[in-house]
Design a protein around this ligand. Structure first.
Ligand code: FES
Length: 105
């Protein structure tokens, strides 16, 4: 299974982008928990970030799409505000193996 990185490489309250083959994805660490999603906005199917590894809003409380500002809950990827309200990011299953984030694509 592909390894994204060690969970220690993502700072608390921050996000990090990855590419595995053709798939773009990102991980967020919040309250020491890791969440992994496909880097695709449900609104137009494009990538979310405005700068490398910047997937969160200014205070780090929500995932934000840089194109039209959709806001997604970090814990489950649901869009709470914006043009795709009610839709969700695609969560990816992963396991932590000695702290390494291993995903199942
Ligand atoms: S593409 Fe993400 S909000 Fe429009």
């Amino acid at each position: 299974m592909p390894i994204l990185c060690h969970s220690n490489e993502i700072a608390e309250g921050k996000s990090k982008g990855f590419q595995i083959k053709e798939t773009f994805l990102f991980a967020v660490k919040k309250n020491d928990a890791i969440y992994v999603y496909e880097n695709t906005c449900p609104h137009l199917g494009i990538q979310l970030e405005w700068q490398p590894d910047q997937f969160l809003d200014i205070d780090g409380s929500m995932i934000q799409c840089s194109s039209h500002g959709a806001l997604f809950r970090i814990e489950d990827g649901e869009c709470l505000l914006g043009p795709c309200q009610g839709q969700s990011l695609i969560a990816l299953d992963f396991t932590l193996v000695n702290g390494q984030i291993e995903i199942t694509l």
